[in-house]
Design a protein around this ligand. Structure first.
Ligand code: SF4
Length: 413
């Protein structure tokens, strides 16, 4: 485990709700007093902007602002540890831990120690093998199962607020059970009928859209994701997001490449392969616990093969070729009616992929839109999102009603 025992409180932040809450609960069950950074909202963004230099990407701004806010709410004499991934991709553009330390110093918050989680390809196999790594993987897996169920049901809910309330309550109950000592899978299984009281309409969704983007924008709930799943659900559109575990699988896939031709690369490849199976097992166990159909982590090698005519798989930064491979898979195999790319503000790698690579890779096969996540031009974003939604619904109508997309809420119960 992390050396958190000497701190009064551990702050967890990085992926937002429900992932951070579940990981905090797991640390709580090990005896550490833990809490999350709270919402990555406009207030967190404004606080981050006040202390960081221009040109920082959205995750750096949101997490820094939320960290300063959480630290300011603690008792002045408390010592705090902050545990978080150190960037949102295999990304050489963002040095989050340095930004956090500098901002804490500048804001004269002296009582926070940053304990960044090293999830680089070189260190990841050993991290997943550790006790803490297993906790994190299990929490990510049940978070993926919970959010996948939520997003599938969202366009079918008669009142979105009712489903959202039940989902939040379920995440809170699961976190409470974990903090009390239940395993993440047992806690999820116990809460698997969380949507039972929600009213659903019967009928088909109007379209299904696949999300791509940098890892942070894909998984962070709320403003950081421009609330895209909710906005599209209001038009009856289902949003499909890859599991967060794909991010770890991608970095495991990169691990042997880091070692080049060295003899050690074979060992690393073996270790990465073992941990990859662990990720798949964890996700399958979470799906069984939630009693939803199994959806394995997309195979990284397949995504590399699909993307390689358009982007070199060895190119690093953001989600690298994963964005392109996923978009092609959505369009070719998954019968999606559109691909929506969410780019964190200031994310150089993702801008390059969505603006320069994606249009030629998709070649108009499905409607495509890329939106940059900022706190500002919301009206422009809204109208572009609506235009994209209209195109996706039209694409569906033109390709005929496909029976396999007819989703009825009771199937998930
Ligand atoms: S991938 Fe993009 S959003 Fe993520 S840390 Fe790098 S620059 Fe920032």
């Amino acid at each position: 485990m992390l050396a958190t025992a000497s701190f009064d409180q551990v702050l967890i932040g990085g992926l937002g709700h429900p992932y951070d809450d579940l990981i905090a609960a797991r640390l709580e069950s090990q005896g550490a007093s833990s809490k999350t950074l709270g919402e990555f909202d406009a207030d967190a963004l404004a606080r981050g902007r006040r202390v960081l230099p221009k040109g920082q990407c959205a995750p750096a701004l949101y997490t820094t602002g939320a960290l300063l806010r959480a630290a300011s709410q603690a008792h002045a004499s408390d010592t705090l540890a902050f545990v978080s991934p150190q960037s949102c991709g295999p990304c050489r553009y963002a040095l989050f831990a340095d930004a956090w330390r500098r901002s804490l110093r500048r804001s004269r918050v002296a009582n926070v120690t940053v304990l960044g989680l090293d999830h680089s390809p070189e260190s990841l196999p050993a991290f997943i093998d550790s006790e803490l790594g297993q906790h994190v993987v299990q929490c990510l897996a049940i978070g993926d199962a919970l959010t996948a169920t939520f997003r599938r049901l969202l366009p079918l809910a008669e009142r979105l607020e009712q489903l959202e309330g039940s989902y939040r309550n379920a995440a809170r109950d699961i976190a409470k059970s974990i903090a009390a000592g239940a395993t993440p899978f047992a806690a999820l299984h116990e809460a698997r009928s969380w949507h039972r009281e929600v009213a659903f309409r019967h009928g088909e969704i109007s379209a299904r859209v696949g999300l791509v983007g940098d890892p942070w924008a894909l998984h962070v709930d709320g403003d950081g994701q421009v609330n895209a799943p909710r906005r599209l659900a209001l038009l009856g559109i289902e949003t499909v997001v890859p599991p967060s575990l794909l991010w770890l699988a991608y970095q495991l896939w990169l691990a042997p490449l880091e070692w080049g031709q060295q003899r050690a690369s074979r060992e690393v490849e073996k270790a990465a392969d073992t941990q990859l199976h662990r990720l798949q097992d964890a996700l399958a166990t979470a799906h069984r616990a939630a009693e939803i159909p199994d959806q394995p982590i997309p195979a990284v090698a397949e995504l590399a093969r699909l993307a390689s005519p358009f982007i070199a798989p060895t190119l690093r930064g953001g989600y690298g070729f994963i964005e392109v491979g996923l978009a092609l898979r959505y369009a070719m195999h998954d019968a999606m009616d559109g691909v929506l790319s969410l780019k964190s503000f200031g994310c150089v790698p993702s801008v390059g992929v969505s603006d320069a690579v994606m249009p030629s890779a998709l070649r108009g096969a499905v409607p495509f839109l890329s939106i940059e996540v900022t706190g500002d031009p919301s009206a422009t974003r809204e109208s572009r999102l609506m235009l994209f939604a209209a195109n996706a619904i039209d694409h569906r109508a033109r390709s005929g009603a496909r029976a396999e997309l007819a989703l009825h809420a009771p199937e998930l119960r």
